[in-house]
Design a protein around this ligand. Structure first.
Ligand code: FPP
Length: 286
């Protein structure tokens, strides 16, 4: 009975056709694995030179503004231009998914006026940019605990998500009130609920099953993580999804990050040898 339910569970997930990391695939039984769409470039010895999924910590707005003797919010506003640049760059390059860290669960600790200004900026950006994103066939999704936002903003976020839901050119995910630990906790909670409903048993939980309750599970795995602003931290972003991502750090402050900067990050990624635990010789043999 339990297995039947697991099958159901995995079927539901497979309708979203997630791409499996080779290590995740290895942890599934043959039968289970067959239900998933294989992601060819994951098993290729030479991964695609263009990352399928890029995530960015957009850091350095405050310092950029300070250097110009302007308030921090001036830097956040300038950051919007860089957001447009990377969206355009990702579309041009054929990147499938872009995930931007716009507001972390920890950002509520910033001065009240800065939090307020950031919220206003998100509302304005939503009102202004969604038409164009929709025209460019970009699907917009907000990931994180959205319950913390006031109703008006939540309603705008939901409207943008529904309106662009069928778009397939670029999957744009905006992480707001997001934390990597929160993400793991919410997935664990869903697993607990499935156990309580008698659908699965505790020992049915493996990386693949838990992974399907994580945010962005239906998207290609994260290939490239970029952080601007010269800090070498992950800052509680996509902890689970980062497991096999390539990390790229740049001194460039976010408002200065443009399509040339994105190209440099992609070029750097293309030079990396992704081994997924194998030896260099094994990778060379394919
Ligand atoms: C971190 O820089 C940046 C943020 C917390 C906000 C990111 C928001 C934007 C780039 C605005 C546009 C986004 C969207 C999705 C419309 P920081 O303030 O920590 O900079 P600092 O390290 O120099 O102080």
């Amino acid at each position: 009975m339990h297995n039947r339910h697991i099958g159901k569970c995995i079927n539901v997930a497979s309708r979203r056709t997630p791409a499996l990391h080779p290590l995740e695939a290895a942890s599934l039984t043959e039968k289970k694995a067959a239900r998933f769409r294989p992601c060819t470039s994951m098993t290729d010895s030479k991964p695609s030179p263009v990352p399928r999924h890029i995530a960015i910590v957009m850091d350095g707005n405050g310092r950029w503004a300070k250097a110009r003797h302007r308030p921090r919010t001036f830097g956040h506003n300038a950051g919007r231009k860089a957001v447009r640049e990377v969206i355009e760059g990702c579309i041009r390059q054929g990147v499938s998914a872009l995930t931007l860290f716009a507001f972390s669960s920890e950002n509520w600790n910033r001065p009240e006026d800065e939090v307020g200004a950031l919220m206003e900026l998100f509302v304005r950006a939503l009102d202004k940019e969604v038409d164009e994103l929709h025209e460019q066939q970009v699907r917009v999704r907000f990931v994180g605990d959205l319950t913390a936002f006031e109703a008006g903003l939540r309603q705008r976020m939901n409207a943008a998500m529904s309106r662009t839901a069928a778009n397939t050119r670029l999957q744009l995910n905006v992480a707001v009130n997001y934390g990597g630990r929160w993400d793991i906790v919410q997935a664990a909670r869903k697993a607990g609920e499935a156990i309580a409903r008698g659908e699965i048993r505790p020992d049915d939980i493996d990386e693949a099953l838990l992974g399907h309750w994580m945010s962005l599970a239906d998207l290609p795995p994260l290939d490239l993580f970029i952080r601007t602003g010269g800090e070498f931290r992950v800052s509680n972003f996509l902890l689970w999804q980062l497991a096999y991502a390539e990390l790229y750090f740049t001194e460039t402050l976010w408002p200065d990050f443009d399509q040339v900067s994105l190209q440099s990050a992609i070029d750097d990624y293309a030079r990396r040898e992704r081994r997924f635990g194998r030896t260099g010789d094994q990778v060379a043999q394919g």
